[in-house]
Write a protein that binds this ligand. Structure first.
Ligand code: ADP
Ligand code: ZN
Length: 660
């Protein structure tokens, strides 16, 4: 294949493929790599990026269309273009699909209709309200500052309330002084509000936001502001990693261990790993921040690949909370209730003292399932292999996987009994009901993603001490700072410990540690009660002793022994189809064509954890290789054996974080 020098390759943000050839002789300006252009494609206009000079298509010139126009925007930088190519190779996805992550903004390329007022993005002022750092904070800050302009990955490891945010804000100030841009990733949109406020207090102006809840106009203007270099500090979700920064000087990944950094649908990527790669390509430092670092990051720090920075104590002498385990086998709550006597007493005392309580239960709705009291059958989703969750707020049954919603059936489909369905087990709504019954005068709210509309308002009320008790899911566990919250009750400490997921222990430890960290962050000391049927479990024992490092070492040793990440590489292949028998057949054939390579282990086919989802049956293969071996070429060769038909859905997940 010879390249045609008078042609230009343009990458379009389409999931289907790579760059396409175009001609440019009609344009008055010279095109450069990264320029945004409008081109005819199929029967419509598309916008894309100049990806290479010189075409590769064998089509004659007459068949090659002309670029319509070059858009009046600064080009996409080289680092981002390389990132896109790297991620396409790593995830085995077409490069156009990855470009789509960077260009999923409507209207940015359309010429302004009428008088579109230019939005003003005020410059944050690094001298507005600088913090006076403690010696430990100052030395962490110094280490980061010294690397500005070069690539290095840091692990900023410090207990909750130790001032990690203060430290990275000062590093942001340095970047701003040098005229650069900085990006802060947060794992949850709900966290942006408090962070926005803190940023504004420190730098005098609000940050620029990037997440899925922006209006189309906000998205467009923010995208353009980043692209023009006017947005100097961006707080964003995962997808902010694909913004076209002009001079990105620092990337911060707060709560780096958080599982929501892994995108599980569509293009499956881990935002932490992409952040490190982008920083490398930008020659900028990357800061991974956590009080409970992930096993992967810890191992990288121990190997010297990442530089650890420690903040060992809470700021201003605030103490770590006192943790107690409540053995539910010995001190159970009354029947059909969920708060044990010691936790009840502690709540009553806390209310009397005028302090706030958080009850944590990572389960939305009223009850995780309902069952027929006559025959014992549980109501499952018609589309999925999951139970229907009872929501009392609108008396519905909902599938948390496909979103299906229905009324509680009157008659049992199994035995025909009428009005016999009863809720089983607690969700946040049910615990809230118990709270209201026990302390009728208390000001209480539920915080979960089902109550999103009131979420911001309730978080503010909590901060302003207009609430006494909140019942919340993991939404509440993260990052928030509430000075008067002194008691945390974990309703079900065993939730998350079961299951075959190799990361179950790690994740439960991180979550419970984080929830505990909500207690007693200011002058008042905190108390944590964890209710459990197995208080002897190593995860709970480590929480009791406050032995994070011991727990991590144990996890690391287990992963090493099992050859699991980061000591081995993992990929999951999920095959899904609506015809069950046919899917099994495809799986059998596919298993037969599996690569026979020394060191490569293939598990499966086995039904995926969710063996049916949205009407599709799902089978899973797991591929394990030693860490020095590359997975992608082998997978690519193997995947060619699958039948090419729309009836089969193939999902390849490199570095799967959980086994769905
Ligand atoms: P982390 O991010 O580690 O949880 P924060 O940065 O939120 O900790 O700090 C906890 C609290 O202590 C915050 O209210 C913060 O403003 C305060 N704080 C921490 N370090 C300092 C400092 N050097 N000067 C003033 N306040 C500080
Ligand atoms: Zn469903």
């Amino acid at each position: 294949m010879s390249t045609k020098t008078d042609r230009i390759q343009v990458l379009l943000p389409l999931p289907a493929g790579g760059p396409y050839d175009y001609r440019s002789e009609n344009l008055s300006e010279q095109l450069h790599m990264g320029d945004y252009v409008a081109v005819p494609f199929a029967n419509r206009m598309e916008h894309g990026v100049v990806w290479a000079v010189g075409g590769v298509s064998n089509l004659p010139d007459a068949k090659i269309k002309k670029i319509t126009e070059k858009l009046d925007l600064p080009p996409m930088g080289e680092a981002l273009r390389h990132l896109i190519v790297w991620l396409a190779d790593y995830t085995l996805q077409p490069v156009g699909g990855i470009l789509n992550l960077a260009l999923s903004v409507s209207d940015v390329f359309k010429p302004a209709k009428g008088k579109r007022k230019a939005w003003v993005f005020e410059k944050p002022n690094p001298e507005h309200a600088p913090a006076v750092l403690t010696p430990a904070q100052a030395s962490a800050h110094k280490a980061i500052t010294e690397t500005l302009g070069t690539f290095q990955t840091f692990l900023l490891d410090g207990v909750t309330g130790s001032g990690k945010t203060e430290v990275y804000f000062e590093a942001v100030a340095d970047v701003l002084r040098a005229g650069g841009q900085a990006l802060l990733l947060l794992p949850e949109i709900a966290l942006t509000q408090q962070m926005t406020q803190r940023f504004a207090e420190r730098f005098g102006v609000p940050p620029v936001l990037w997440h899925s809840h922006l209006t189309p106009a906000q998205r467009r203007e923010n995208w353009l502001a980043v692209q023009r270099g006017e947005a100097r500090f961006v707080i964003g979700a995962r997808s902010a990693l694909f913004l076209s920064f002009q001079k990105l000087g620092l990337i911060i990944v707060d709560e780096e261990h958080d599982a929501s950094y892994k995108q599980d649908d569509g293009i499956t990527y881990h935002a932490r790993d992409v952040a490190v790669m982008r920083a490398k390509l930008e020659s900028a430092p990357c800061l991974l921040v956590s009080a409970t670092p992930s096993v992967e990051t810890m191992v990288n720090a121990q190997r010297g690949k990442y530089t650890p920075l420690h903040l060992p104590v809470r700021y201003a002498g605030a103490r770590m909370p006192h943790v107690q385990l409540v053995d539910l086998r010995v001190l159970p709550p009354p029947r059909q209730q969920w708060l044990s006597p010691p936790l009840r007493d502690a709540i009553t005392k806390n209310l009397t003292n005028g302090e706030q309580t958080l009850l944590f239960l990572n389960r939305r709705g009223y009850a995780p399932l309902i069952l027929c009291r006559a025959c014992g059958i549980r109501v499952t989703c018609k589309n999925c292999s999951s139970w229907m969750v009872l929501h009392k707020s609108d008396n519905s049954l909902r599938c948390h996987h496909c979103g299906r919603k229905e009324l509680i059936p009157k008659k049992c489909t199994n035995c025909g009994a009428e009005d016999k369905f009863a809720p089983s087990g607690p969700g946040v709504e049910r615990v809230a009901e118990e709270v209201t019954a026990l302390w009728p005068a208390t000001r209480m709210a539920i915080l979960s993603s089902d109550h999103e509309k009131e979420l911001a308002e309730n978080l503010q009320k909590l901060a302003d001490h207009e609430l006494d008790i909140v019942v919340g899911t993991q939404l509440l566990a993260k990052g928030h700072h509430f000075p008067n919250l002194t008691l945390v009750g974990v309703v079900d400490g065993d939730l998350g410990l079961q299951g075959a997921d190799p990361r179950a222990s790690e994740r439960t430890y991180q979550l419970l540690h984080q929830v505990s960290g909500r207690a007693g962050r200011a002058e008042l000391p905190g108390e944590v009660f964890i209710q459990s049927h197995q208080p002897e479990h190593p995860v709970l024992q480590a929480l009791l002793r406050g032995d994070r490092d011991g727990f991590l070492q144990m996890e690391i040793a287990q992963r090493q022994a099992a050859g699991l990440p980061p000591f081995g590489r993992l990929a999951a292949i999920i095959l899904a189809a609506s015809k069950e028998e046919w899917l099994y057949e495809v799986c059998r054939d596919f298993a037969r064509s599996a690569p026979q390579i020394k060191g490569v282990r293939i598990l499966g086919p086995a039904p995926a954890t969710l063996s049916k989802l949205r009407g599709q049956y799902r089978m899973r293969f797991i591929v394990m290789v030693p860490s020095q071996m590359k997975l992608q070429p082998m997978l690519q060769a193997w995947l060619r054996h699958l039948p090419k038909t729309r009836a089969l859905r193939v999902q390849v997940d490199i570095d799967p974080q959980q086994f769905n």
